[in-house]
Design a binder for this molecule. Structure first.
Ligand SMILES: Nc1ncnc2c1ncn2[C@@H]1O[C@H](COP(=O)(O)OP(=O)(O)OP(=O)(O)O)[C@@H](O)[C@H]1O
Ligand SMILES: Nc1ncnc2c1ncn2[C@@H]1O[C@H](COP(=O)(O)O)[C@@H](O)[C@H]1O
Length: 183
């Protein structure tokens, strides 16, 4: 059963690897960033509420993303596995997820931490060029990552759920290392 969470700084390659692996394992790729961007493009209430946070590189309030993830993981196709990308991003979200997975009988998740140095992710993000990939917002996203999300590495290590992968290699090399480590 594939139940994997991708952790790592912005630009680490979480989305890239999560998509490849989700295709390979035939499970849904659940990216909270993608769900929020879709909501924003459709101008739903959620999208409108989230926009100012996303534009500044701040985290959208826990309650909003938690509801989104609860709804998504409750769908039928998530019963047989999933790959989470961009969630959890705070200890509060991680505690919420642990309880949600118990309720849904979907525990047994593992967490992959993709390690890439800051100077490398900045170059990657500037080249990607999404709306929030400008220098000021990238700097803020990295600060938020360090303050709010990086503590999850110890959180999951303490729970023996953590796997680490060197994300500073070619996409194919990262995929190979990942496939080996989760086999
Ligand atoms: N191993 C790699 N080597 C070089 N470039 C990569 C690698 N993996 C991904 N990239 C590129 O880096 C950029 C960021 O990758 P990706 O969107 O997968 O990161 P992410 O961790 O999901 O970022 P974010 O959290 O900001 O959404 C993309 O343009 C992607 O094509
Ligand atoms: N789990 C999340 N908690 C709060 N805010 C989130 C979360 N996931 C995404 N966001 C917001 O969306 C943007 C883009 O996310 P990516 O994962 O980089 O696509 C992020 O900066 C937050 O504002």
């Amino acid at each position: 059963m594939t139940r994997l969470i991708f952790l790592g700084p912005p630009g680490a390659g979480k989305g890239t690897q999560a998509k490849t692996l989700a295709d390979h394992r035939q499970v849904p790729h659940v990216s909270t960033g993608d769900i929020l961007r879709e909501a924003l493009s459709k101008q739903t209430r959620l999208g409108i509420k989230a926009q100012s946070y996303m534009d500044k590189g701040e985290l959208v309030p826990d309650i909003l993303v938690q509801e989104m993830v609860q709804e998504r993981l409750s769908q039928l196709d998530a019963k047989h596995g999933w790959i989470l990308d961009g969630f959890p991003r705070t200890v509060k979200q991680a505690v919420f997820l642990e309880e949600l997975l118990e309720q849904l009988d979907q525990s047994g998740e593992r967490v992959v931490s993709l390690e890439v140095p800051d100077d490398v992710v900045v170059v990657r993000l500037l080249a990607r060029g999404r709306k929030d990939d400008n220098e000021e917002v990238i700097r803020r996203r990295l600060e938020v990552y360090r303050a709010e999300t990086a503590p999850l590495i110890d959180y999951y290590r303490d729970r023996q759920k953590l796997l680490t992968v060197n994300g500073n290699q070619s996409q194919e090399e990262v995929t190979d290392e990942l496939q080996k480590i989760i086999a």
